[in-house]
Design a protein around this ligand. Structure first.
Ligand code: HEM
Length: 208
């Protein structure tokens, strides 16, 4: 059974056959595929930025150097920023398409729930990326986020888990950096693979 599941996981990458209608642009507007393309660009440019970016007190300075002193640094940074904005828009539109075609219904309920988690992680990734700039506007955005979190039950603890405990050793962006590059990106990457696998297991896109 485990072997069968494993081979079906690998097989979904290039299925032997799909319904002809699934290839029509109007079926999906390729919004899920576009979201994945944006995520791939974000991963590649994010890894490149990590070679130079330093979280904490030096964040703002290293980003200015990436912009001005590194060959193609500004281009890579802009690609990362715009791919992030486009991903938020395309994931949202993909969700609208799923609601419009009522594709959240059985047998796709699980994929709908996975999608909701993907949407939330995409928005938090975009927000945390903004905080990583380490500039004045990031500080203001962090204050807004902390105030909002603290209104939730257990929000004080949540704020410390996400934003970290301010200390001379922990510049404001170090905690958020770990969430951005490792935890949230890892969750989003893993869930996307699971999401695609479920689309295939459910017999492709619906309703067709
Ligand atoms: C990182 C974000 C996401 C990626 C990369 C992604 C990718 C995809 C892809 C490639 C498909 C195949 C059909 C298509 O392209 O439309 C799909 C289907 C689906 N997605 Fe997403 N998705 C994401 C987020 C979401 C969100 C936020 C929801 C809803 C809350 C969602 C719910 C679904 C459902 C229910 C299906 C099956 C649709 C059907 O049967 O027609 N996905 N997704």
């Amino acid at each position: 059974m485990v072997k069968k599941e494993k081979s079906s996981f690998i097989g979904h990458i290039r299925p032997r056959q799909i319904k002809a209608g699934a290839l029509r642009l109007r079926a999906t507007f390729c919004l899920g595929g576009f979201s994945f393309l944006a995520f791939t660009i974000l991963t590649i440019t994010g890894v490149l930025l990590m070679f130079y970016y330093q979280p904490g007190d030096k964040a703002f300075a290293t980003l200015s150097e990436i912009d001005s002193a590194l060959p193609y640094g500004g281009f890579i940074r802009s690609l990362h920023f715009w791919a992030g904005q486009l991903m938020v828009i395309s994931v949202f539109l993909h969700m609208v398409r799923v609601v419009w075609t009522r594709s959240y219904r059985p047998i796709s309920e699980l994929n709908w729930i996975v999608g909701v988690v993907l949407f939330v992680s995409t928005v938090i990734l975009d927000y945390s990326g903004y905080l990583l700039r380490g500039g004045q506007e990031s500080g203001a955005a962090a204050s807004v986020g902390q105030t909002l979190l603290r209104t939730l039950p257990g929000g004080q603890a949540l704020a410390i888990v996400f934003f970290g405990q301010p200390s001379p050793l922990n510049g404001s962006t170090i905690n958020v950096f770990v969430w951005h590059i490792f935890i949230l990106s890892g969750i989003a990457g893993f869930l996307q693979m699971f999401h695609f696998w479920r689309v295939r297991k459910n017999g492709g896109v619906r309703p067709l």
